[in-house]
Design a binder for this molecule. Structure first.
Ligand SMILES: [Mg+2]
Length: 233
């Protein structure tokens, strides 16, 4: 493997790499589940509701990235389709749930373990940046709610440029923003497809961040953000 210590620019994914999407999102959904009395209406537990919602949400995001549906469709149908799985139909209530979720979820303040401490350290050695797939107004709120913005030189949000990871062009765009070349760039993220394969395909180095390392994974891997300190400096 190549030496990572002579690189100059780090590019972080946002959701579930810095900002704990899983924890922030499930916390707010649980509040909304109680507030709208969905346990009674859907005759199910929060755990079952959340499991169904996540599956449907992932499917709709895949369709969105393939440009088969637009942003409004994604937002207005993920709860409605979850409701339907439990034989509950109320489109207007679905819109109210959607509104509450969109308003409250990005304000979550839970970051991945040791996030700020690691960024403070790495900032002494590297230019730090973010490349995130998502909607501009949502990602901006997340970044500001938990005080991440001051650590980063460039923040690239896919919707703004109509490019999404793993498209090679978003990595080329990131190089131009940082006035650098592929040889000096490292991507750090939790998604094997969009972050890791995307970066490797753009001839960058990549570090996979996950609780579990797949058996056949041969690249750089960390289980905790703190490990970046020893891996990179
Ligand atoms: Mg992610």
């Amino acid at each position: 493997m190549v030496n990572l210590k002579n690189k100059k620019h780090l590019f972080f994914d946002l959701d579930d790499t810095l900002w704990d999407f899983e924890k922030n999102s499930s916390l707010i959904l649980k509040e909304i589940f109680v507030q709208f009395e969905l346990g009674l209406k859907l005759q199910t537990s929060f755990i079952n509701f959340y499991k169904e919602y996540k599956g449907i949400n992932n499917q709709l995001w895949s369709k969105y990235y393939k440009k088969e549906i637009d942003k409004t469709y994604l937002r207005n149908h993920r709860f409605n389709e979850t409701f339907k799985r439990f034989n509950y139909s109320n489109y207007d209530e679905n819109l109210l749930v959607t509104e509450q979720y969109l308003k409250r979820s990005p304000q979550g303040k839970i970051l991945k373990k040791d996030c700020i401490e690691t960024l403070m350290y790495l900032k002494n050695y590297f230019q730090l940046n973010i490349i995130t797939n998502g909607f501009k107004e949502v990602q901006d709120i997340k970044i500001d709610s938990c005080g991440l913005r001051p650590y980063f030189s460039n923040i690239i949000i896919s919707e703004e440029y109509n490019l999404t990871k793993p498209d090679e062009q978003i990595f080329r765009l990131a190089e131009s923003f940082s006035k650098t070349t592929k040889d000096e760039c490292i991507m750090i993220g939790d998604n094997l497809e969009s972050d890791i394969k995307g970066a490797l395909n753009a001839s960058w180095e990549a570090i996979y961040f996950s609780d579990i390392k797949p058996n056949d994974f041969k690249g750089y891997y960390i289980k905790n953000l703190r490990e970046l300190k020893t891996l990179l400096t």
